[in-house]
Design a protein around this ligand. Sequence first.
Ligand code: PMP
Length: 308
Amino acid sequence: MIADSVYAKRYTLIGDFMALKIWLDDKLVDEAEAKISVFDHGVLYGDGVFEGIRVYGGRVFELQAHLRRLYESAKVIRLDVPMGKDELLSAVEKTVEANGVIDGYIRLVVTRGVGTLGLNPFICEDGRLFIIADNIQLYPEELYEKGLKVISATTVRNHPLAVPPQIKSMNYLNNILAKIEALDSDVPEAIMYNHEGYVAEATGDNVFIVRDGIVYTPPAEAGSLEGITQNVVIKLAKQEKLEVVEKNLTRFDLYVCDEFFLTGTAAEVIGIVEIDSRVIGDGRPGPITKLLKNKFFEYAHGKKKRDK
Ligand code: PMP
């Protein structure tokens, strides 16, 4: 299983040679010292926000956009990020450098901090902030060539008047329930729909389809996180003179589209070739998916991908 291999890799790295340096609050500490209290409301209630960010060629990808989303998520849940944007930007860069990460993944988390067993967030001590810079590959290369199969989740995406999906909060249970449905069906991803039946997003990625040469993606109001990869891919598609339309999509639209792909920080751009046993196109990632996948690679890495 994918999850097992990531887990195994991480432990091999620690066991063999690579304990990480973690940024905790205001400094870098050894991984073994990077600890959070069991009374932290992040642990007790999933009360906090986070970002997942990529490093390509030693450069932190779209850091300003990630920081903007982090501070916006924090504002909505009335959490004070315990440092300013410039300081945080420098902390991220120092963490990447300290761990010698050239191509990798950063997890930046701000928790509510230590409180009592009650819900009241305002009696918590200062928020805790930690940054992990590590390696990641979500899907094996082969799946980028062949494309993924997905299912429609029965778990409905959070209603915008509950926890708005635009907040990247530490509480991912809504998405985890959908992920469990996918794994139970032996596929790696599930598509989530909102309370009105429109496509929201995948459990950790945004959705795109192509029909008659036009690229469609649901707006954030449909119940998705506004994806940083999604925005980059929209920009790249427009540069390629493709028409991009943000509109509500139905399950029917997914079943009959010509191409289907997901975007996200970890997955980048990955084709979907089957949903609920309906084959998309000719069962392989289509030409626009491939074009945007390659353009994204070039944009992120600043160079062309060598074809195998
Ligand atoms: N939706 C959800 C629920 C996510 O967690 C993510 C990030 N993994 C995305 C969409 C994609 O957003 P981004 O491109 O900013 O990583």
